[in-house]
Design a protein around this ligand. Structure first.
Ligand code: F6P
Length: 540
């Protein structure tokens, strides 16, 4: 019987057979009986043991229903995965993105690369300092000359989400250019953005690593016409690009001096630290951009040097893996209690889901365990009145990260005290719950509690601490990718939709007859929907 079973078993990469995984499976058998409240009663030092403070950032994970023993077993899993060796490979510029044959060196952008490192014959540090110098000079000249009042950044995915978040999170000097972001190919986005702007005071930055992304090219073309219709040739002066594809940017008409380079070793969703950060330098000042890099560098050093059991991104990753693989949690909530961090969930959603939303390991084997969870979230306190009901009483257990800022960036102290009190009250309620109430013990009024909660506190919302926060999540995602044996740096899952959209585009062009080159939509549903849209389109 045994050999027959073996014969039909799915091929496995061996992770779930490892002794470290099995130890955790054993822990999981008793995990539903672990109550966080009881863990605090057993160990009055729990908070001290389960939090880490680092340079104005505090990470508390004492509100997770995990024991010290589970944490030890998780660390053993990380060691068995050779996490430290993989981490060192990434920082050293080894081609760990094997499906695209690329090094992964966004950390080098914040000066965390080894001295003398070369990629494709180019000195990495030299490339970075030249690019930074180009960014500094350009951003300072824009601010000095005062001709540009509005900057419109055209880009989608990485080049959009990071700069939008940082632009909104920080403040610049009065009178600095305003920045707008256009990402969606829905014409409403660019139309509404351009409506109040004046072409002779507007600069466009086309931010695209490949300079081939459909949405970005369509919006860039509309922007170019908008400028040139106002004054022929204006687009030459009022358009810049950030790209690894200089050739196409020049062919599009961008002046060579206004092209800011990217390299293949900078992934789109990890590109905030590169020239993709140009709008931040223009609006908030190059010094703020540098402070952002400095904060990220502090986390790079921490990630590289702190022991695994005192290493914030490692612990964040291990807790996430525990809940995902051993507690069947399918989602993870990001809850910034700061209006200026409203975009944080969307930013982390891309970095996490595009990196670890994969079912095939780095050796091409279909995994037999769960990988990246659904990442969602929203700013507190608004989120409390939207989806917190499910966090407290839903049938799924959803671990959450509460992100708080200790010092307000406004003078309304009463608001800030209430904001912080609300955040702490929610973390307490999620952990403690409320199982009975003397006056009314109705089942619908019961809260089970025991929900896993991390709390991250930033001393203040400045560029340095924001850089720290974002780098923490990047490294957390890296660690999970290593433990799940994924290549976190490719995104083949996005490609299919892009190709099919091109095919269907032909269907929506009036007068196009399906041929071998212009194939009909492959399935009857899509075909009929395309026909319906086509009819509505030409009849409108
Ligand atoms: O969404 C897929 C993706 O490739 C992202 O990884 C990237 O951030 C985005 O498209 C934009 O790509 P590009 O910078 O080449 O325009």
């Amino acid at each position: 019987m045994q050999p027959l079973l073996k014969k039909f078993r799915m091929p496995s990469n061996g992770l779930t057979d490892s002794p470290e995984w099995k130890a955790l499976q054993k822990d999981a058998c008793g995990a539903s009986a672990i109550r966080t409240r009881a863990l605090f009663e057993q160990d009055p030092e729990r908070f001290n043991k389960f939090h880490i403070a680092l340079d104005g950032l505090l990470f508390d994970y004492s509100k997770h229903p995990v024991t010290a023993e589970i944490m030890t077993h998780l660390i053993a899993l990380a060691r068995a995965a050779e996490l430290e060796s993989w981490r060192d490979k990434m920082f050293a510029g080894v081609q760990i993105n094997t499906t695209e044959d690329r090094a992964v060196l966004h950390t080098a952008l914040r000066h965390s690369a080894p001295e003398g490192l070369e990629v494709d014959g180019e000195n990495v540090a030299g490339f970075i300092s030249n690019t930074h110098e180009q960014m500094r000079r350009y951003s300072e000249s824009i601010r000095r000359e005062g001709l540009i009042h509005d900057v419109v950044v055209i880009g989608i995915g990485g080049p959009n989400l990071g700069p939008t978040l940082v632009y909104e999170a920080l403040s610049g000097p009065a009178g600095a250019p305003r920045v707008h972001f256009v990402s969606n190919i829905d014409g409403t986005h660019i139309t509404q953005t351009l409506e109040p702007l004046s072409p002779d005071h507007t600069l466009f930055i086309i931010s695209s690593k490949t300079f081939k992304t459909l949405e970005t090219l369509e919006n860039a073309q509309t922007a170019k016409s908008w400028l040139d219709d106002f004054k022929p040739g204006l687009s030459r002066e009022h358009m810049a690009a950030v790209t690894a594809n200089r050739e196409d940017a020049e062919a599009f008409g961008i002046a060579p001096a206004q092209i800011f380079p990217l390299r293949e070793w900078i992934g789109g969703r990890y590109s905030l630290w590169s020239a993709v950060g140009l709008p931040i330098a223009i609006a908030h000042g190059f010094d703020q951009f540098e402070a952002l890099l400095e904060g990220a560098r502090t986390i790079d050093t921490h990630f590289q040097t702190a022991p695994l059991d005192r290493n914030i991104p490692v612990i964040m990753a291990l807790l996430g893996l525990w809940h995902r693989n051993f507690r069947a949690c399918t989602a993870h909530a990001i809850l910034p209690y700061a209006q200026k961090l409203s975009r944080l969930p969307a930013y982390i959603q891309q970095v996490d889901m595009e990196s670890n939303g994969k079912n095939t390991d780095r050796d091409g084997i279909r995994v037999d365990y769960e990988t990246g969870p659904v990442i969602f979230g929203g700013p507190g306190t608004d989120a409390q009145h939207a989806f917190f009901q499910l966090l407290h009483q839903g049938t799924d257990i959803i671990p959450s990260d509460f992100i708080l800022v200790a010092r307000p960036n406004h003078g309304l102290d009463s608001h800030h005290r209430q904001l912080l009190a609300s955040a702490l009250a929610q973390t307490q309620a999620l952990m403690e719950g409320r199982t009975s109430e003397p006056a009314n013990d109705a089942p619908h009024r019961r809260f089970e509690g025991n929900r896993p909660v991390s709390t991250l506190i930033l001393e203040q919302l400045d560029a340095y601490h924001l850089g720290m926060l974002l780098a923490l999540y990047e490294h957390k995602i890296f660690v999970q990718g290593i433990l799940w044996r994924l290549n976190s740096f490719d995104q083949w899952g996005v490609e299919l939709g892009k190709t099919l959209a091109q095919d269907i585009l032909h269907q929506l062009n009036p007068g196009v007859v399906p041929t071998r080159e212009n194939p009909p939509a492959p399935d009857p549903s899509t075909q009929n929907l395309a026909t319906y849209l086509f009819k509505s389109f030409i009849n409108s």
